[in-house]
Design a protein around this ligand. Sequence first.
Ligand SMILES: NC(=O)c1ccc[n+]([C@@H]2O[C@H](COP(=O)([O-])OP(=O)(O)OC[C@H]3O[C@@H](n4cnc5c(N)ncnc54)[C@H](OP(=O)(O)O)[C@@H]3O)[C@@H](O)[C@H]2O)c1
Length: 246
Amino acid sequence: MATDTNSPPPNSRPRVICHMVTGLDARVDVSSWCATEGVERSDQTDLYYELMRGFGARGYIVGRVTMAPYATGMAEDPGGAAPARRLHLGVNRDLPLAVVLDPSGKLHWESGVLDGEHLVMVLGPDVPDGHLRELASRSISYLVSPTQRIDPDWLLAELAEHFGATLMLVEGGGVINGLFLEAGLIDEFSLLMIPALDGREGARNLVETSRSMTELKLSLKSVEALEHQAVHLRYAVNRDTSVRVG
Ligand SMILES: NC(=O)c1ccc[n+]([C@@H]2O[C@H](COP(=O)([O-])OP(=O)(O)OC[C@H]3O[C@@H](n4cnc5c(N)ncnc54)[C@H](OP(=O)(O)O)[C@@H]3O)[C@@H](O)[C@H]2O)c1
């Protein structure tokens, strides 16, 4: 699959594509979906990762809740000197990036590489020194945000400066997608839609935000029927500046 060649946004921040797998009701918690007749869910998931690699992005950005099941390390402060309080760059950072918003430092990892991707933890300003030492000792990169609520604009600028990012994928969950969409930072949605339904009231949606979306204008870029009964939908996101944000 070709690398995405769309031109960068005007202020030269990294371009952002929100890439997700959804059922027909745009819910995103795969564990609660009905099956697709005659198709293994793992084959559909593999398709999602294949599309993801095809974008040629510098990496993906996800929320703490999404990554919690994969964070299987032990909490342990190795002790020693005071850690860097703003930025630490681990080894292996030429790999694709797995950037995780974890403002309170709740996640612990075994190493800095997860499924071939280099972990970059994005932390709040009150995370204790011991947690930063733990991350650095496992060669995990980290960025410490100046604010507890991480500003996605700030994060993209940091990823461009320290990791050379020009294209990032935002990959959920709904809260993180909502954070970037509200800030006007999602340029495109890439949805792998599969025949599945969740249907539970309150189940996580593609985008979770309290803001109205009336200022957005979406347009279809492409639609492609794929194997395993999946459809790949791409939508450009534009803003109607004449409409006030609700
Ligand atoms: N279908 C798909 O393609 C797909 C992809 C990814 C995830 N998912 C699903 O999505 C669900 C999880 O999504 P979710 O919306 O509940 O959670 P999420 O977006 O993964 O994570 C939300 C958490 O991120 C942190 N966070 C969010 N905004 C922040 C900000 N501005 N500053 C600092 N930290 C911030 C907070 O962590 P703290 O709580 O620690 O403060 C918040 O609770 C799971 O069911 C997962 O399987 C589906």
